[in-house]
Write a new protein. Structure first.
Length: 169
């Protein structure tokens, strides 16, 4: 991938088993369960579970506004294991958020999923950079974005207690 500068920790065969596919409404229940998993909640910015009504409203809006949102299911060896999402901003940037279910973390899968997603966002949208706001107490997330080629920048774009990581086109 052109925008994936991360180091590979899996064999090339296993790396080839990581793919992203667009989210559809049929994924709503799976994404809802992942999103409210206590380990994902504690690593997220809001650190709160969300109710079904809020989730389904967000998902339907996101799927209907594809010029503003890209949502992908992360698949590893044909198993759905997480989500990568992008929100396009007015200032030639996009924001990324990603999570992988716990049993698949720390294997390089998240880094590869981030890379694939960023390459797709750069191709689909005329953005010059992608920003990730990662909680300071989420070292795994910080490592994944660093390995994917993101660099730490000073900005007020992220909430308190977060570090901004940016990938430039």
């Amino acid at each position: 991938m052109a925008y994936c500068r991360g180091e590979k920790r899996l064999t090339d065969i296993l790396i080839d088993q990581i793919e992203l596919r667009p989210v559809c409404l049929d994924d709503a229940q799976q994404i809802f369960m992942w999103r409210n998993d206590p380990r994902i909640v504690m690593r997220g910015s809001s650190q709160r579970e969300i109710p079904w009504e809020e989730h389904i409203t967000w998902l339907k809006h996101s799927l209907n506004e594809q010029e503003e949102n890209l949502l992908f299911i992360v698949k590893y060896i044909k198993t759905s294991i997480g989500l990568v999402r992008f929100t396009r901003k007015l200032d030639d940037t996009a924001e990324i958020s990603a999570y992988i279910v716990d049993e698949y973390t720390a294997k390089g899968i998240g880094t590869r999923a981030i890379c694939i997603g960023c390459s797709t966002a750069f191709i689909k949208w005329p953005v010059r950079s992608i920003v990730a706001c990662i909680r300071n107490d989420n070292p795994g997330g910080c490592r994944a974005f660093s390995k994917a080629g993101f660099v730490v920048v000073k900005t007020d774009r992220c909430p308190a207690g977060h570090t901004a990581f940016v990938l430039y086109k």
